[in-house]
Structures are given as C-alpha cells and as structure tokens.
Design a binder for this molecule. Structure first.
Ligand SMILES: Nc1ncnc2c1ncn2[C@@H]1O[C@H](COP(=O)(O)OP(=O)(O)O)[C@@H](O)[C@H]1O
Ligand SMILES: [Mg+2]
Length: 377
C-alpha cells in the first residue's frame, strides 16, 4: 500500500498540514522539535487506529483545541483507493475511525488491513528493555497478520483484569471458588496465545536470518526463542499447554494469594534474542543491539508483506543519526527497495546522492507546518 495524501488537523503541533507524498521515499527534514515525529505518528493512526507511542487520544490533540482530525488517501497494492478518516471530539470523548465513510465492524479488523512497520529510537527497549516490550512487539506483529489473534489478546486481557481484581480484593484469603471459572478461561485463552506465539517465532526466524544477511553479511547468527512460566517443549499442542498451565496455576496458588496478582500465563513470558548463541540483552554491544533491532524491523516488513498480502509502509524515525555511515548506507539501500517509506532526519547528508522526483520527495518541517516541498527534477 501507499499513502498518497494526508491531512492533519490539530494533531500535536500540526494545526493544518497537508502532505502529497511520493510513491517511494519521503524524507521529513527539519530541526529538533518541529513536528517530524508527530507527522509519522499521525500516519501510523491510519494503520493502527491509535498511536504507536500508545499515548491517549487527548495527548495527541493540539493543546488548547477541542478536536483532531486525520484524513488520508491510501492505495492498496492492487490499486484500490481508500479514504481513511480519524476524528476525535474531546467534548464527546469519542474517536471515530472510518474507511470510505463506513465504520468498520470492529477496530481489531482494521489492524493489518494497511500494514505498517515503525522503527524509532523508543524501539530500542525491544532488545534492551523489560519482557513486556518484547511481548508488545510480537503481539503487534502477529495481530497485524491475524485479526483473530488481535481479538484473542484483547479477550485475554479482560480475563486477566477480572482474575487480578479477584486476587486483589481477596487480601490473601482463600478465593478458590470465585477464581475457578476464571482459571479455566485463563488456561484456555492463555494456551492459544502461547501456541500462536511459539508458532510465530518459528516462522519469523528465517526472516530475521535473511535480514541479518542483508545488513551485516554472514558474520552473525541470530536466534529467537520463547521462554515461558511453564516448561515448553519445542513443539507443543494447545492441549498440552493447557494442561501445563493448569498445573502451574495450582502450584502458584499460594504465591498468587500473597502477591494478589496472576503469576501464570503468557503475560509473564519473554522472548530471548541471541546472537551467535549469546543472549543479546546481556552480552551485545550497542552496535549489535541497533543492528538486531533494524533486522527485526526489516524481518517484520517482509513477514507482514507476505502474510497480509499487502506491502507495509515503513516509518523510520531518526534512525540514520543513530547508525554509523556504512550501516546507514546499507540500510538506506535496503530501505529503498522495500516500498513506500517515511524517514525523519535533521541531517540530509546521507541523502546527498538521491534524485528528488515524484518517487522521492523531501519535506521541510518547521513549527508544525511544511514550509517547503522539494520535488526538483
Ligand atoms: N498535543 C500537543 N499540542 C501541541 N504541541 C505538541 C503536542 N504534543 C507535542 N507537541 C509539540 O511538538 C513538538 C515536538 O514535535 P516532534 O514531532 O517530536 O519533533 P521532531 O521534529 O524533533 O521530531 C514539541 O515542540 C512539542 O511541544
Ligand atoms: Mg523526532
């Protein structure tokens, strides 16, 4: 897919900004704090219905305003045109998402329709940060490739909230009877999630290996593995995961009462990334972390392209300033071959040899506005 055109009203520091994008590469140039990242964030709304920074709708509304609106013209690989609109009204506290003026049945069915891959400095927490960051990463990739998974995740969250509320209000007293139906649901939905994630990681690994080959050559061998609160075999059926989760719940019951929260299930799991058999969280250099992250995102791009049957758009926020010149150049060459990309940067040096035309445009962003659009021939 591509975004042909976007109109931002009262979104962050953009009062009224219009973009007519190039079909391949779009470089958003400007000094710090001018609204480049904000523009990328707006574009991600078309695909995800919300921000990739997971902030609330009020945060992204321009300060002092009462609404924000985003309008986009998106064109699928097959040439079909979609008008996507997100309108938030603060008085009603309501956000409306429409495609061609129609409201989709469920917001979860939108995820994956217009696939997007985001690479931003915040993403470094995927390799550096807490397990929740890695779960969030894979859950979003799988959700974009499967609406059913997106719904399963929401369902599981609901069950978890209920179960935690029971444990919390029990204040350490026996609540086995009240928990019992929730245990069953947790086990059922938890097992489905674990099974999907395990399958996904197996399918995703070749994409990561491939991305590594592109970016660094054959020197390093990446690995990904699912680690769980339960002992998992390499391939495990949903039924046997259920059985293990049930057992684990029984074992942890006393602890759960004491800590007043759910200690068993996919919300406690992690993904282990390693490079040449060394866990990267503890052993990798800064540079290896960055490369791993870029490889994950490039892998995500090709995975989604195949699974969604649609080329994702690629949003790269301040990525080139973070890499050395050689890696920047090989990344830029790779990115050029992907699809439509949106790149923010303060320094255009790396784009020095690019010819600007209808396939490649640069936009100068200043104080929440486009002050100049370069399509020089
Ligand atoms: N809700 C908002 N309303 C108005 N301005 C905002 C809002 N949120 C962020 N900003 C402003 O946006 C600017 C940062 O924009 P950003 O896109 O992150 O800059 P950069 O060009 O460096 O990527 C800051 O000046 C910040 O004050
Ligand atoms: Mg920025």
């Amino acid at each position: 897919m591509i975004i042909q055109h976007a109109h931002l009203r009262n979104f962050r520091n953009h009062s009224d900004t219009t973009f007519n994008f190039a079909t391949q590469m779009n470089v958003l140039l400007g000094n710090n704090g001018q609204g480049k990242t904000n523009a990328l964030e707006a574009l991600s709304f078309f695909s995800l219905t919300k921000s990739f920074y997971a902030t609330s709708d009020v945060t992204v509304m321009k300060k002092g305003e009462t609404f924000f609106e985003l309008d986009g013209t998106l064109v699928s690989d097959s040439g079909k045109e979609f008008t996507v609109r997100i309108a938030y009204d603060h008085a009603q506290k309501e956000k409306k998402y429409t495609i061609n003026n129609g409201v989709p049945d469920k917001l979860s069915s939108v995820i994956g329709k217009f696939p997007v891959v985001v690479l931003s400095p915040e993403n470094s927490s995927i390799t550096f940060g807490a397990p929740s960051e890695r779960r969030k990463f894979i859950d979003l990739v799988i959700s974009q490739s499967s609406a059913m998974y997106a719904e399963q995740v929401l369902e599981y969250r609901k069950i978890l909230r209920q179960r935690n509320a029971i444990l919390h209000s029990a204040r350490g007293k026996d609540c086995r009877d009240t928990l019992s139906p929730w245990n069953e649901m947790l086990v059922h939905h938890g097992a489905i999630l674990i099974n999907k994630r395990q399958t996904f990681l197996k399918e995703f690994l070749p994409y990561i290996t491939d991305a590594f080959l592109h970016i660094v050559g054959e020197k390093e061998t990446p690995m990904i593995a699912y680690t769980s609160t339960i002992q998992l075999d390499e391939t495990e059926s949903v039924e046997s995961i259920k059985h293990k989760l049930s057992q684990n719940l029984q074992q942890k019951y006393a602890d759960e009462l004491r800590f007043r929260t759910t200690l068993v299930g996919p919300h406690r799991d992690d993904i282990l990334f390693s490079l040449n058999e060394m866990p990267i969280k503890h052993f990798a250099s800064q540079g290896q972390h960055k490369t791993f992250l870029v490889a994950l995102k490039v892998a995500e791009f090709f995975f989604l392209k195949q699974r969604c049957n649609e080329t994702p758009i690629f949003l790269l926020d301040d990525v080139f300033s973070e890499l050395d010149e050689e890696r920047s150049r090989s990344l830029l060459a790779l990115v050029e071959s992907l699809g439509q990309t949106f790149i923010t940067t303060t320094d255009e040096k790396i784009f020095g040899e690019i010819r600007w035309n209808t396939q490649r445009k640069k936009f100068f962003i200043n104080s929440g506005a486009v002050i100049n659009e370069m399509v020089a021939v």
